[in-house]
Design a protein around this ligand. Structure first.
Ligand code: GLN
Length: 532
């Protein structure tokens, strides 16, 4: 019998529903259950990939090339769930599917309505991911009380009626601390649960985000007013290490409470030792190391979520704590690198789109190349590394990517011939996993210790093979190639301790227990640099 858990959020957004859902996944997997996690986003965009990272944070890319919500990154990092484009849907996509079906005559003249047609589509999407798993965790984006998330909550309510013993509602809420009164306040939670009950959902479990521990008295009050058992009021105390959250939940017996509600047995002694180990490493590193993250979206932490996480994983692999120093490349464009460099031991340059901040990125790269500082360039970071090399080493002064300068006489990064006819923004992007063959004797090969790897992409422009010979002569090694189309995937510099740049996004594949090889190698090299 399949089981369905719904995770909703109350009071405010950004309480960490994605991490809470992932941690629940971790706990259930630790009991030997196969799980998957699905996220519904209530906004109307049909293509979330086109949204500005300043508003919504990183676009996470799956192996099958879906541009999804960043919470799916947490699902992959915390669990073994097989995450594909089916694991994320927006209201826009759901309405689009229903309206398209209606126009194709799929409803045979019926009146098409939110209930049951939209809600059926939502339920079908939940069932669609349930095939090879025991438990589906569905995270409903937004905050209870929003107009937009109502169809999702209604679908969850219907599922509870249809599969009463197999569904469970978990509500993540906030217990704010009021300094002046020196008190934790339960009223917003009471109201939020009240809203859920108005629409027919009684959550069985409350996860209470709080900056102070919840006393027994407070738990009793929450239980009484929200109509849940006291034992099911779980404290979700703030922590600076997200990988501690499964442990925090498990200490309060959340796994067994969930299994109890779903009528499931604990299948295995839940072994969270490896989680304890990484939290220990993160709390007791042998050294701190400062890594510069140089990009144009540094002001919003969520824009490079997977990059920061992959750096943490690279740190775990080397027993160090990575401290990030965010380098705004527009600032570097105006002021140069001198005011910034200081304590930095390595620089990572994430992806991005458009012209803004590019000249600053090129200055950062020149600095890393000339000072022999470890450098890891990703996607746009790789493209800028090629432009910098063309300009400052090969002497092609006007070298550019055609994304920034369409008329350059040296388009070292450009559209491929097959892409040139496609003018729409959609359809030109190389998305998802592609294979990459590695050249022996390179940093890439010695990091991965494999000759073929598979990595995820999200970009339009490619390295222009016309410049391959010149670049090689001047000291670039093309260490990774997508052989089917002879596309450059990885470049590195000879005579530099670690200057590696990838057209793909390695960060999407890094996990705390299997740190990405390039990130581990980059941190190892940065560590050496810091000891220099
Ligand atoms: N803007 C570049 C391209 O489209 C790089 C994209 C990225 O960094 N993700 O190719």
């Amino acid at each position: 019998m399949k089981k369905f858990i719904f995770v909703t959020g109350g009071v405010v957004s950004s309480l960490g529903k994605g991490i809470a859902s992932s941690s629940i996944g971790t706990l259930l997997e630790s009991h030997g259950y196969r799980i998957t996690i699905l996220k519904f986003d209530p906004y109307l965009n049909v293509d979330p990939g086109t949204m500005n990272p300043f508003q919504h944070g990183e676009v996470f890319v799956t192996d099958d090339g879906a541009e999804t919500d960043l919470d799916l990154g947490h699902y992959e990092r915390f669990t073994n769930a097989h995450i594909t484009r089916k694991n994320n849907a927006t209201s826009g996509q759901i309405y689009n599917a229903v309206l398209t079906r209606e126009r194709e005559g799929g409803y045979l003249g019926k009146t098409v309505q939110v209930v049951p047609h939209i809600t059926d589509e939502i339920k079908n999407r939940i069932l669609a991911v349930s095939r090879n798993v025991d438990i589906v965790i569905t995270e409903i984006g937004g905050t209870v009380g929003d107009i937009e998330s109502l169809p999702f909550l209604e679908a969850a309510r219907q599922m509870q009626i249809q599969k009463e013993k197999d569904t469970l509602h978990i509500h993540l809420t906030l217990i704010p601390y009021i300094k002046a009164a020196d008190e934790l306040k339960t009223k917003p939670t009471q109201h939020s649960v009240g809203r859920l009950r108005e629409i027919g959902i009684q959550p069985e479990i409350l996860l209470c985000r709080t900056e102070k521990p919840l006393s027994d008295e407070i738990k009793e009050k929450i239980a009484l007013f929200c109509n849940v058992k006291k034992g099911a009021v779980i404290e979700a105390l703030d922590t600076d290490i997200i990988y501690e959250i499964p442990l925090i939940f498990s200490r309060q017996n959340l796994d067994n409470i969930i299994l109890g509600y779903l009528g499931l047995k604990a299948r295995r002694n839940n072994d969270l030792k490896k989680w304890k180990d990484i939290v220990y490493t993160l709390r007791n590193p042998k050294k701190d190391i400062v890594i510069g993250v140089a990009g144009k979206y540094v002001k919003l932490h969520d824009s490079y979520k997977s990059i920061y996480e992959a750096l943490v994983h690279g740190g775990i692999a080397n027993n160090v704590r990575v401290i990030y120093k965010k380098i705004d490349t527009e600032f570097v464009e105006r002021e140069g690198m001198d005011k910034i460099a200081g304590d930095i031991s390595g620089i990572i340059m994430p992806g991005g789109f458009g012209t803004r901040g590019i000249e600053g990125m090129i200055k950062v790269i020149k600095y890393a190349r000339e000072r022999k500082m470890p450098f890891l360039g990703i996607c746009l970071g790789m493209q800028c590394a090629c432009v910098e090399f063309a300009r400052n080493v090969c002497g092609l002064k006007d070298a550019a990517s055609t994304e920034c300068n369409a008329g350059t006489s040296n388009p070292v990064i450009c559209f491929l011939p097959r892409q040139r006819d496609v003018t729409l923004m959609g359809g030109t992007m190389r998305l998802g996993a592609y294979s990459c063959s590695l050249k022996k004797g390179t940093i890439a090969y010695s990091s991965y210790k494999k000759s073929v790897v598979c990595e995820r992409h999200r970009h339009r422009y490619e390295f222009n093979n016309r410049y391959r010979n010149l670049f090689e002569k001047k000291g670039i090694v093309f260490s990774g190639i997508y052989k089917n189309e002879d596309l450059v995937e990885i470049i590195e510099l000879k005579n530099h301790p670690f200057f590696v740049a990838t057209q793909f996004h390695p960060e999407f594949r890094s996990k705390p227990f299997s740190p990405h090889p390039l990130f581990s190698a980059f941190i190892r090299s940065s560590l050496k640099h810091s000891l220099r």
